[in-house]
Write a protein that binds this ligand. Structure first.
Ligand code: IPE
Ligand code: IPE
Ligand code: MG
Length: 265
């Protein structure tokens, strides 16, 4: 699917970019593994929960900046299918935090024209939270600003298995010829079917792994890992990630355009 940053489109008002950023090479879609909340709290002698609370403030800052700088899509990893294995108190705290924050921020998301979606196995979440998710998704669905995808009870492998299952069901019903299944048809069954793939993946807290995040969609994303813990991640860190991204040469398996043009002698 073609995907562009909001720059140049009529949809959104893009504020001035910081000097040095190339307006023509902005990523259209940024994905973020927001990691390091627990370590941030531990370093301050605080309970882990305080790290999660502080992480919400970083998320608000980064969403606002992405929207202001014309990023079309921001997809963040909030809770993985593996995070249920954490102590019950922490899981309960996170579920309540998601609900409280969404309740509190819904009006400002509306005001900022943010279109929010939740990607993952949402049926397994507490009912109050799923009800609120349904309300927030529905009430912002026609907004024309940034797409903000919150991966909640999300697992890349689960998403792939689900897609395979849906295709198998369509084939078994006689609605789909298996011979016609290609990458586009497959991608159409993923949670992200309406989005282009991320151009840039940011992971905080220095972990060099993707932890079951967007296994299909990250095939050709540029990866920026920073040691900064998520609650400390700010405008300067986002700018650093964008400069890093703009310094990359994206070849998608091909050659640099200058070398591609060279004749073979
Ligand atoms: C990321 O921070 C938030 C979630 C996974 C919900 P962590 O809670 O993983 O923080 P660390 O990695 O333990 O520091
Ligand atoms: C990834 O962080 C999940 C989220 C950020 C929601 P984790 O802290 O769960 O990942 P691992 O355990 O370090 O791989
Ligand atoms: Mg972690």
């Amino acid at each position: 699917m073609t995907c562009q940053s909001a720059i140049g489109s009529e949809k959104s008002q893009v504020l001035a970019l910081p000097p040095g950023l190339d307006v023509k090479r902005m990523p259209a879609h940024i994905a973020v593994i927001m990691d390091g909340n627990g370590r941030w709290a531990k370093a301050r002698g605080l309970p882990r929960m305080m790290g999660h609370r502080a992480g919400v403030e970083s998320l608000k800052t980064i969403l606002r900046l992405c929207s202001d700088w014309g990023i079309g899509v921001l997809t963040v990893y909030a809770f993985s299918t593996e995070n249920w294995s954490r102590p019950r108190d922490e899981v309960n705290f996170l579920m309540t935090l998601f609900e409280n924050v969404l309740n509190r921020e819904l009006q400002s998301l509306q005001n900022e024209q943010v279109k929010i979606s939740f990607l993952g196995d949402l049926d397994a979440l507490p009912e109050n939270l799923t009800d609120l998710i349904t309300k927030a998704t529905h009430s912002t669905s026609l907004n024309t600003g940034i797409h903000f995808n919150v991966c909640t009870n999300y697992g890349g492998r689960r998403e792939l298995v689900l897609a395979a299952k849906k295709l198998a069901e369509r084939s078994a019903r006689g609605d789909l010829d298996p011979a016609l299944i290609d990458e586009n048809v497959f991608a159409g069954e993923l949670y992200t079917s309406k989005e282009c793939d991320p151009d840039l993946l940011i992971r905080t807290s220095g972990e060099n792994r993707i932890s079951n995040f967007l296994l299909w969609q990250l095939a050709y994303s540029e990866i920026h890992v920073t040691d900064v813990l998520w609650p400390d991640f700010n405008d300067k860190d986002l700018l650093r990630a964008l400069f890093d991204y703009q310094s990359r040469s994206r070849r998608f398996g091909g050659l640099e355009s200058s070398s591609a043009n060279q004749k073979v002698s």
